[in-house]
Design a protein around this ligand. Structure first.
Ligand code: NAD
Length: 335
């Protein structure tokens, strides 16, 4: 029997729990450690999926007891932990965003790209079955040459104020997924214009952040990408995409747990509620990104999102932030 890949989860919060579940579902992986300075969180994860509890990420990375980590700790810890992983020869699947400060990302870029370890970024939506199917259809020429991409992403409700306060703002925290998805179809974006509004949430305004934003971006081949985000949606988690080209259009609409629709004398359109939030809607994508990470470790390649994908998304987020606060359109260079 081949030996199992030994994994530590670093950060046992919302996303750490999801990743621990995916590790548990993957027979070729062994969850060895769950690491969190707040040990109670780590214990919740080990109670569900096994493994030892630690409160010291550095000690676990250097322990020689693990082959790979999944980094799901707060954003500011990502690059420092990646540095330690490189030093210890431990592979890393690292959550988005890479960092909130592009200077840190640029400074570490050469080392990250030259590293012998596998560094995969957690842009999970690229690995969602619906988006994979969309990408395959675009690649097979269904819409011809892409002219417009429209991405809609609205959360069911806003994160708490404490989270918003350290999130880096909606563009770096939330729109970052859409910036990456935009690049999944239009890799080379050259210009970004954004608007932000404070429509409903006082504490988001207090933090100097927006609760509703729209972004329009231009690709190098004249493609137009429109992103619409809101921190709330009365009808649930709203995740849609549309790709329009000279030969047609492809759309992804929201998913429900059931496809049963109701047709009565009063209504013919009532459906089930949409899947609640990212943990449910993108459950498959987290498992798929983990599979690609493992496959990448075996083949010595990064098969999922790369460090440079993380860098590009943050450059776009910074440009949108600047545009929304200055009213100017911002030219970007992702090379
Ligand atoms: N890909 C996605 O869909 C997705 C979804 C949610 C969050 N995220 C990202 O994952 C990261 C964590 O987000 P979350 O929502 O799970 O946050 P969270 O607050 O729920 O969990 C973070 C956990 O990390 C722990 N922690 C704090 N400092 C630590 C350290 N130095 N080492 C190890 N653990 C530490 C905290 O105690 C907490 O348990 C963020 O970067 C976020 O952007 C990604």
């Amino acid at each position: 029997m081949t030996q199992k890949l030994r994994i530590a989860i670093i950060g046992a919060g919302r996303i750490g729990y999801v990743h621990a579940g995916s590790v548990n579902d993957t027979p070729e992986l062994e969850l060895v450690y769950v690491v969190d300075p707040f040990e109670e969180n780590a214990k919740k994860v080990t109670a569900a999926f096994g493994g030892k509890v630690s409160n010291d990420p550095s000690a676990v990375i250097a322990s020689g007891e693990i082959d790979a980590v999944i980094i799901g700790s707060p954003t500011a810890t990502h690059i420092p932990l990646l540095r330690e992983c490189i030093a210890a020869g431990v592979h890393a699947l690292c959550e988005k965003p890479l960092d909130l400060d592009i200077k840190n990302v640029e400074e570490f870029r050469a080392q990250a790209n030259a590293a012998k370890i596998n560094i995969t970024l957690g842009f999970n939506r690229r690995q969602d079955p619906q988006y994979l199917a969309l990408k395959a259809k675009v690649a097979s020429g269904t819409v011809g040459s892409i002219e417009q991409v429209i991405l809609t992403s609205r959360d069911p409700g806003p994160a708490p104020q404490a989270y918003i306060a350290v999130s880096g703002g909606i563009f770096r925290d939330m729109t970052i997924h859409d910036f990456d998805m935009a690049r999944n179809f239009v890799p080379n974006i050259v210009e970004v214009t954004a608007f932000g509004a404070n429509s409903f949430c006082d504490y988001i305004k207090e933090e100097g952040d927006f609760d509703n934003v729209s972004v329009v971006m231009k690709g190098a081949n004249n493609e137009l990408v429109t992103i619409v985000n809101s921190r709330h949606a009365a009808f649930g988690y709203d995740q849609r995409a549309e790709i329009f080209g000279d030969k047609g259009m492809l759309q992804i609409s929201n998913l429900s747990d059931s496809t049963v629709k109701s047709f009565t004398k009063d209504s013919t359109t009532a459906g089930e509620p949409f899947m609640d939030f990212f943990l449910e809607r993108y459950a498959d994508s987290y498992r798929n990104e983990l599979k690609l990470f493992i496959e990448g470790i075996k083949t010595g390649k990064v098969l999922g999102s790369t460090y440079d994908d993380g860098r590009a998304a943050l450059i776009l987020a910074d440009a949108a932030h600047e545009s929304a606060h200055t009213g100017k359109s911002i030219k970007v260079n992702l090379n």
